[in-house]
Design a protein around this ligand. Structure first.
Ligand code: C2O
Length: 548
């Protein structure tokens, strides 16, 4: 591979959407941010220079970061933030991945505006395992806030209540024609008839899983989270925050209906406030000029989308993803397990501090937890403490392997909804074969949680509703062609089972990619020890690693 250099200047930029102008944090003044394009095997070097008053870090979401944990980016996990006037060079090699990923700020809620696509092409002269597309187009979903998202999360955490929701969903930064004062900010996908396009979808929204559809068109899914999958056709996609999906769009031969609406709106399972609005763009056929005259004025065709809480669509769709599991692209599912975990994921509460009014459930403060531990980020970086063997100053290695208080997770919620708080990690020996079952709890309502693991891809070997039953469910795990990804929705009122090989030394974050749940503590981290061989060790930190 070659080395590709990028420079990311973190700077403010005035951006107007929905007739509201805000000075937002951007990379190089672009919103959404610039694309990173590389081939499998390339080295990517990004110099990030912080010119704004907020601290920042950038995460390369889904990049395996094999032996390059210092470049992963989550604040206080692998690094201290880059402060005003400072710079940090992220340096990593793309190994064994091809497809679409994305980069985003990984501190507080700055990823609301600081995000952009990562396009990973196959190695030179290696074709796609599907028809060569005429063109490739990244389509990145996001959210637009008329007010500052940093103020929104700050206030939510202070009052313990739910945060204000965004004012629009966006497609490539544009809310589209269904919002007030937004028609001119519409994404237009111009296509020619009778061709194949590769659409690279990314959900960079903060807090919502999204359904997406293009009127009168079928999409062929070919890749998820930068791993090829067995192709399948669908009219609707579901993409959780943190997931990416590549699809082929076959445009129609000559068609008198020249324009079609594409639209996305949320899949919502939990309680509380959410934005029930729809972002739209236009699929625009380009015809020779003699036919364009007649078709320009025809009405737009609108897509049908599942209802807001259509969990059966969501689950059926999620289950259709399968690894290619071919000779060229094998599914290296761990067949035996050396470490087994059962984590509950869900919402809960913290008691309201004395002399305080809280806006969470019954006057408490909202919290979220994994195995009843609401994770508290330290004020220095976990990875540094791990590397310097000073973990005792920063975290404890006693994250529970299973819930300390088991209960019927999908039955009546327990009366005590309080979580415990701490900075606890699981420590894994190098190359442990991990099986992890994540069970959604209905303590404050059953809710789908898109769980994201840093540093690894995992195989989704099982998924179901109700309480996970080890004696019955484990026997049905798919170890042949389970999908390999980095983010999976734990179904509302159900569970998901994943396996991964802990072959990457370092400290790796795992969290719900709904930003509000991460803020409330639905996160934890794994420390993977070095192996014996030189290429099984975490190298020392780069000299410009920021200090706290
Ligand atoms: Cu895309 Cu830890 O995040």
């Amino acid at each position: 591979g070659i080395t590709r250099h990028y420079k990311f200047d973190i700077e403010l930029k005035n951006v107007t959407r929905l007739c509201h102008t805000r000075s937002i944090v951007t990379v190089n003044g672009q919103f959404p941010g610039p694309r990173i394009v590389a081939r499998e095997g390339d080295r990517v070097v990004v110099k990030v220079i912080n010119h704004v008053k907020d601290n920042i870090t950038i995460h390369w979401h889904g990049i395996r970061q094999l032996q390059s944990g210092w470049a992963d980016g989550p604040a206080y996990v692998t690094q201290c933030p880059i402060q005003t006037g400072q710079a940090y060079v992220y340096n990593f090699t793309i190994t064994g991945q091809r497809g679409t990923l994305f980069w985003h700020a990984h501190i507080s809620w700055l990823r609301a505006t600081v995000y952009g696509p990562i396009i990973i092409l196959p190695k030179h002269n290696v074709p796609y395992p599907f028809v060569k597309p005429h063109k490739e187009i990244p389509i990145i979903f996001g959210e637009w806030f008329n007010t500052d998202p940093e103020a929104i999360i700050k206030q939510a955490l202070q009052t313990g209540g739910g945060p204000n929701v965004s004012d629009a969903y966006t497609i490539n930064g544009l809310p589209g024609p269904l919002y007030n004062c937004s028609a001119k900010d519409t994404f237009r996908l111009k296509v020619k008839p009778g061709k194949t396009y590769l659409l690279r979808f990314i959900n960079a929204a903060l807090n919502d899983e999204l359904f997406f559809s293009i009127a009168n068109h079928t999409l062929t899914v070919v890749d998820a989270d930068a791993v090829y999958v067995k192709p399948f056709n669908t009219t609707t996609l579901l993409i959780t925050p943190g997931q990416t999906t590549n699809v082929l769009l076959h445009t129609k031969p000559y068609n008198p209906n020249a324009n079609f609406l594409m639209a996305a709106r949320p899949y919502v399972t939990g309680q509380g406030t959410f934005d029930n609005s729809t972002t739209a763009g236009i699929l625009e056929y380009e015809y020779p000029s003699d036919v364009t005259q007649n078709i320009k004025k025809l009405p737009l065709f609108k897509p049908k989308l599942p209802t807001l809480n259509d969990t059966s669509f969501a689950t059926n769709f999620t289950k259709r993803f399968r690894s290619l599991a071919s000779l060229q692209f094998p599914a290296n599912v761990p067949k035996t397990v050396t470490r087994r975990f059962f984590f509950t994921v869900g919402l809960g509460t913290n008691p309201c501090p004395k002399n305080h009014t809280c806006q969470g459930p019954n006057g408490s403060m909202f919290a979220a937890s994994v195995n009843n531990v609401s994770f508290a980020l330290p004020t220095t970086a976990l990875l540094q403490a791990h590397f310097l063997r000073q973990s005792y100053k920063v975290y404890t290695a006693d994250f529970p392997y299973e819930p300390t208080l088991p209960f019927n997770y999908t039955g009546n919620p327990p009366t005590n909804t309080n979580v415990s708080n701490g900075t606890k990690l699981v420590v894994l020996p190098f190359n442990a074969s991990v099986e992890l079952v994540m069970q959604d709890t209905s303590i404050l309502g059953a809710e789908s949680h898109p769980l994201h693991l840093h540093g690894f891809n995992f195989f989704v070997v099982g998924m179901g509703f109700g309480n996970y039953n080890p004696s019955k469910d484990a026997a049905k795990f798919n170890l042949l062609d389970p999908v390999e990804r980095n983010t999976i929705g734990v179904p509302a009122g159900g569970w998901v089972a994943i396996r991964f090989q802990a072959d990457n030394p370092g400290v790796w974050f795992m969290h719900c990619h709904l930003e509000i749940h991460t803020s409330w503590g639905l996160k934890m981290a794994w420390a993977v020890l070095d192996g014996d061989l030189p290429n099984q060790k975490l190298p020392p930190p780069p000299s410009d690693l920021p200090k706290c």
